[in-house]
Design a protein around this ligand. Structure first.
Ligand SMILES: N[C@@H](CCC(=O)N[C@@H](CS)C(=O)NCC(=O)O)C(=O)O
Length: 251
């Protein structure tokens, strides 16, 4: 009997899900993708994870009954079963973990800033709607969309620390800039590692990578871009684009 493939629950346009896909694809691990729907997908996840209360997030990897509930753990698992060059070189795990914490903090701040913009600026909310919908249904969609965004903002406590989101993003992008000073291509020694993956994905909400690699979520490229950050950190975006060209093998 053929072995069942691992299943990856994820969101096609989410940077966290892309981290897991990149690590799995790097190791050429075959897996089945299951699309997760924001908030409504929670029920299916709760059943899978046997977690009736508390926060559930994607990506989640179900490797024949063994569950991995964080992109970092999925990448570690991929590294332990995969055949490709290691993404976690021996002895450098703590450094990679520190970069992952930077990526997580920055992404949470960027996501919060984006959702708060949609809640607080009517034009940003309208830009999230699918193109070409009839005028008559627009107010209803805006209302429903608003409710979903409010629930999302509550789930991740986005109003907390609203004033510091920008500073958190800059602190972590500055650290990346410093580490890559002098034209270095990789964060850990001279080889590609998960530190590069996790920090490359922090830039997805500064300016999305080319759509050949990953789709953009509601709001499109504009909604997912921060033009002033993109200008200030243009060199980092160039680094990210080069990294994708060189190391992002498709599934
Ligand atoms: N530390 C987690 C964070 C994952 C995370 O925040 N996932 C969000 C991505 S938008 C999510 O699951 N959102 C869907 C939802 O809340 O329904 C990881 O790296 O896997």
């Amino acid at each position: 009997m053929q072995k069942q493939k691992p299943r990856l629950y994820g969101i096609p346009f989410s940077p966290w899900s892309e981290k897991a896909r990149w690590a799995l694809d790097h190791h050429r691990i075959a897996y089945e993708k299951v699309d997760h729907q924001l908030l409504v997908g929670d029920i299916r996840l709760r059943i899978l994870l046997r977690k009736p209360t508390g926060r559930v997030t994607v990506p989640v990897l179900d490797d024949r009954g063994v569950l991995f509930t964080d992109s970092f753990d999925i990448a570690r698992h991929a590294d332990s079963i995969g055949a490709g060059p290691k993404l976690f070189p021996a002895g450098r795990e703590a450094e990679i973990e520190a970069w992952n914490r930077r990526s997580e903090a920055g992404l949470a701040a960027l996501r919060a800033a984006m959702i708060l913009r949609v809640l607080d600026e009517p034009a940003a909310a309208k830009a999230m709607l699918p193109k070409g919908i009839p005028d008559v249904v627009e107010p209803l969609l805006l209302l429903v969309g608003r409710r979903v965004m409010e629930l999302f903002a509550a789930k991740y406590e986005m109003r907390k620390g609203a004033a510091s989101h920008r500073a958190v993003v800059e602190e972590n992008l500055d650290a990346l800039e410093e580490a890559l000073a002098g034209g270095r291509k990789y964060l850990i020694g001279d080889t590609f590692s998960y530190a590069d993956i996790t920090m490359a994905l922090l830039l997805q909400m500064v300016r999305p990578v080319d759509k050949r690699f990953m789709s953009v979520g509601p709001g499109g490229r504009e909604g997912w871009s921060n033009p002033d950050l993109a200008e200030r950190y243009a060199a980092l975006l160039a680094w990210r684009d080069e990294l994708y060209e060189k190391h992002r093998k498709s599934a």
